[in-house]
Write a protein that binds this ligand. Structure first.
Ligand SMILES: Nc1ncnc2c1ncn2[C@@H]1O[C@H](COP(=O)(O)OP(=O)(O)OP(=O)(O)O)[C@@H](O)[C@H]1O
Length: 500
């Protein structure tokens, strides 16, 4: 069953532990000065980031990890887009590792896309160095050799002594304490990189969980869980966490047995945190995570929440004049950063080409889709962040997790098929308590389905929006010539492709 199809499932049985969640909406923001146990160095880093208090979800997770909860349970966090989930897991992990004395890979964060992983790495990189921790990235942004040299610390050899790659080097150590990775590159390192080990892993974060559980790439999740399973109970049952071996390398003993009242779990066990704005409730999917006495943190009563300060609007239009209404809407919104979502990579390309065929539009418009090479996508995203591009036309590659400052408006050019899609698209605005608007262009016959879809979420009020006719009327003739140009461009592209 696809994750989105889950939307349509009338009665998925909800797991017992999901029926009594902690409601994050009852938690208040907490000024850093009142946050118990925080390392003062981390406080300074947070202040440098412009953060003076923790958001509710961040405080709730802090309580269950560094606070009284003491990381005893695995955490499942369902919290709206833009509510600060990244720092909710990054801060406790960095705080816990701040007292570590030996560098080895202790925390792994897995994300579905490279751009998202880069974004999360930036958050860790803003706080971890203050307490002497290093953060690495395994996403395939650089060559595998470069990535290995960033992640693995090779011993310096004496002059004249050559490095033999087939030798087992007990001295090969991780250069990083925390690794942010996409599943593909993670598996490359697990399978092929000498010295790369998850043996000492203490924390596993699966961000955008519902999306990642669909990503079965080389069975990355079962592999990670297998590697981090308890060692044979009979082996050194009283061993401490980290024992120096006679050869100087380190071994983490995960032993089974009693652990603070929870039978049959390993200690030190791998703590898992899974998060999403649309966390799956499907028991068979959650079972893949092998969660330990999970604690469910969610916001509000309904399963899906839209950000509090999001304003949703629907805009009725005739299908053949949709691009015209879009241009009118863009003009009425002004030059603020705007994201337009379409239903497929092909329509993203077509719509972006058409918009660029309109003469004299006062915005720079680019496309961002999985049809493009990663390097082009990253460049576009960078320019959009900087404000050099004002309008980004995107397929759903952009919907999840991306945090771009200053996006005030999101436009669904094509109606999202599922509430989850709406939540992730709309969630690119109204982040971190800011205002934001989401407009959905609808044909008359789509209205009923759209209303039904929105009813599945909290904060779902949606007013009608009309673009003033003064914006639309003058566009008719320009639209005709834009269509002509689009036709020419498409023909040119097709013949170029054929030649290739
Ligand atoms: N305590 C805080 N104070 C001020 N801003 C914050 C705080 N925590 C996070 N932010 C900002 O809020 C924005 C959203 O955070 P983040 O990307 O972690 O949200 P998210 O919940 O993961 O959203 P999504 O579900 O879309 O991935 C970011 O720009 C981040 O810098």
């Amino acid at each position: 069953m696809g994750a989105e199809e889950e939307d349509n499932q009338k009665s998925i049985p909800v797991l017992p532990w999901m029926r009594s969640p902690i409601d994050v909406s009852a938690v208040h923001e907490c000024p850093l000065s009142l946050l118990p146990c925080i390392d003062p160095r981390l406080k300074v880093s947070l202040e440098k980031m412009g953060i003076s208090s923790l958001f509710p979800v961040q405080l709730a997770v802090w309580q269950e990890t560094v606070g009284p909860g003491g990381f005893e349970r695995d955490l499942c966090v369902n919290s709206p887009t833009g509510s600060g989930k990244t720092l909710a897991y990054a801060l406790p992990i960095v705080q816990m590792l701040s007292t570590r004395s030996v560098k080895c890979l202790r925390a792994l964060v897995v994300l579905p896309t490279r751009d998202l992983a880069l974004q999360v790495k930036e958050v860790f990189a803003a706080i971890a160095p203050a307490v002497g921790l290093s953060v690495g990235l395994a996403v395939g942004q650089s060559s595998i050799a470069d990535e290995i040299s960033e992640l693995i610390n090779r011993p310096k050899l004496e002059l004249g002594v050559r490095f033999d790659p087939d030798d087992v080097f007990p001295e090969l150590r991780s250069s990083v304490d925390i690794l942010v990775a996409t599943p593909g590159r993670l598996m490359d390192h697990i399978n092929n990189t000498k010295g790369f080990t998850l043996e000492h892993l203490c924390y596993l974060v699966v961000d955008e969980t519902d999306r990642l559980l669909r990503e079965a790439y080389q069975s990355w999740l079962p592999t990670v869980l297998q590697i981090t399973r308890p060692d044979d109970e009979s082996f050194l049952p009283c061993a401490q966490n980290f024992l120096p071996s006679p050869f100087g390398s380190l071994k983490t003993i995960r032993r089974s047995g009693l652990e603070r009242g929870f039978k049959g779990k390993s200690y030190p066990r791998l703590v898992k945190m899974v998060l999403s704005a649309t966390l799956t409730q499907d028991p068979s999917k959650l079972a893949q995570l092998d969660l330990h006495h999970p604690l469910f943190l969610t916001t509000g009563q309904k399963r899906y929440q839209l950000p509090e300060k999001l304003q949703s609007y629907k805009l009725l239009c005739e299908s053949k004049y949709k691009p015209l209404y879009l241009v009118g809407l863009l003009q009425s919104l002004g030059a603020e950063k705007c994201l337009i979502f379409t239903s497929s990579v092909e329509s993203t390309h077509r719509l972006c080409t058409l918009l660029n065929s309109f003469d004299h539009l006062p915005f720079k418009i680019k496309e961002y889709s999985s049809l493009q090479r990663q390097s082009i996508r990253s460049k576009t995203l960078k320019a959009f962040r900087k404000g050099e591009i004002q309008v980004l036309v995107s397929s759903d590659a952009m919907t999840r997790g991306m945090d771009v400052e200053g996006v005030r408006n999101v436009i669904n050019y094509d109606m999202p098929p599922y509430i989850k899609t709406y939540i992730h698209r709309a969630g690119r605005t109204a982040r971190a308590g800011q205002n934001g608007c989401c407009f959905t262009l609808l044909r008359k016959e789509e209205v009923k389905r759209f209303n039904k879809l929105l009813r599945k979420a909290e904060n779902n009020s949606c007013s009608k929006y009309s673009v003033p006719s003064s914006y639309i009327e003058p566009l008719h003739s320009i639209y005709e010539s834009a269509l002509e140009k689009l036709k020419e461009t498409v023909e040119m592209e097709t013949s170029r492709k054929r030649k290739r």
